[in-house]
Ligand binder design. Structure first.
Ligand code: PMP
Length: 440
């Protein structure tokens, strides 16, 4: 029985989630914009895997770079002795750091995932405050409806109340109010307009806790996994200003927005607001090998390097920080992004993307459509008593037909590989539209 792959041959006690149960289909290979399932059926990838395969699937150059590296040297502990490929990758990343040379966000800590990047950034922020004599600043502030992975740091600053209810969270965390207001954003093309007043919520938390207790505030510039929530105009700028006023560090979680998703290399470049730390993962290696990276300002890096004998003050590093194979994958990925202009391709396609997505307006159940770069959030009215049920039905129907979308609550999220062609965008919209019309 075991030799022919078929669904019945697989018993999946722990990996199966709601989406899998709704539309069981095993994906076996991937090339360009498409997955192929074990029966040979094609699935158009509307989500770049999980927001990570920005250069499209099956890139030989990445595979070959990884193979070359693994046969040359499989592993070396990079935070103890270093190896050339980690230095090469760090140098290339530094040259492309968020905000360009002026932002000076070009000091890099490697991690193994987005969640590790978040933990790393939170620790760096607290360690930095201590290094500059601000040891009482240990509190970290996130935002409701933020998503920062599933580490204890990430769920503690994260805005998913269910995660915080199930697990004990880190002490000394609190949350800004979320920025989503469907009434005020409804079907807006571009950013909603009422940002600055919302960012003043940070003043509320400063008054409540005392600035001297707060190390950092972390937000996703555009929240992806909780429904594609766009920052209202002026929000990020005001957050930056309030943080500066009170000596609080600002962290942008760019695990999703990094590496071209918004049509700029990073959200920092899109919004022109420079934080102190930027967390990344996903598109860093095109999803091929798990890896993350935290970009830190020189100010932070220099303060942390002033420990005894120039040692880093922070005791921090993962076994797989700067893994040679991951660095090789990352180097090849950066070359592809550069040669194919992918980090700005989203800007070229943004108009087509926006028009295509907004053409769904007027279909049943849709209460809002939000687009930015090559991301869209299509929000549906909840079916009574069943948040997400309608969106899951649409997901299931699309997946059966051969389109992969993502469901976050009652919002359908789309974020294709940045190599997507205009016709493929149109195909996505027409498949999605059929499925929405079918849903009761
Ligand atoms: N931060 C953000 C903004 C994310 O979207 C994610 C993952 N979707 C994470 C952190 C966690 O990344 P990972 O799943 O690689 O740990």
């Amino acid at each position: 029985k075991a030799n022919t792959p078929s669904l019945e041959n697989y018993w999946m006690p722990f990996t199966a989630n709601r989406q899998f149960k709704a539309a069981p289909r095993l994906l076996a290979s991937a090339e360009g914009m498409y997955y192929t399932d074990i029966d040979g059926g094609k699935v158009l990838d509307g989500t770049a895997g999980l927001w990570c395969v920005n250069a499209g699937h099956g890139r030989r150059r990445i595979a070959e770079a990884v193979e070359r590296q693994l046969t040359t040297m499989d592993f070396a502990p990079s935070f103890q002795m270093g190896h050339p490929v980690a230095f090469d990758f760090a140098e290339k990343l530094a040259a492309k750091a968020p905000g360009g040379a002026e932002a000076k966000l070009d000091r890099i800590f490697f991690t193994g995932s987005g969640s590790e990047s978040v933990d790393t950034a939170l620790k760096i922020a607290i360690a930095y405050q201590r290094a500059i004599g601000q040891g009482t600043r240990t509190r970290v502030i996130g935002r409701e409806r933020g998503y920062h992975g599933v580490g204890f740091g990430g769920i503690s600053v994260g805005g998913l109340v269910n995660n915080r209810r199930v697990f004990p969270t880190l002490p000394g965390t609190d949350h800004l109010r979320h920025t989503h207001d469907p009434e005020r954003n409804s079907f807006a093309k571009g950013l909603p307009a009422h940002g600055a007043e919302l960012a003043d919520d940070l003043e509320r938390l400063v008054a409540l806790h005392g600035a001297e207790t707060i190390a950092a505030v972390i937000v996703e510039p555009v929240a992806g996994s909780t429904g594609v929530l766009l920052p209202p105009k002026g929000y990020l700028e005001r957050l930056r200003a309030i943080a500066d006023k009170h000596g609080i560090l600002l962290i942008f979680d760019e695990v999703i927005t990094g590496f071209g998703r918004l049509g700029t290399p990073f959200a920092v470049d899109y919004f022109g607001v420079v934080p102190d730390l930027v967390t990344t993962a996903k598109g860093l290696t095109n999803g091929a090998i798990p890896m993350g990276a935290v970009f830190a300002s020189r100010k932070i890096y220099d303060a942390l390097m002033q420990g005894p004998e120039g040692q880093i003050e922070l005791f921090h590093g993962y076994t797989y920080s700067g893994h040679p194979a991951a660095c090789a994958a990352g180097l090849a990925t950066l070359e592809i992004y550069e040669e194919e202009g992918l980090l700005t391709r989203g800007a070229e396609l943004a108009n087509h993307w926006q028009e295509a997505m907004h053409s769904l307006e007027g279909l049943p159940h849709i209460i809002d459509i939000r687009t930015i770069g090559l991301v869209a959030g299509i929000e549906l009215a909840s079916r009574e008593g069943a948040v997400g049920a309608r969106a899951y039905e649409i997901f299931t129907d699309c997946f059966k037909k051969g389109l992969l979308i993502r469901v976050t609550g009652d919002t359908i999220a789309l974020s294709p590989p940045l190599i997507v062609e205009r016709e493929q965008i149109d195909t996505m919209v027409s498949m999605l539209s059929d499925s929405i019309k079918k849903t009761g």
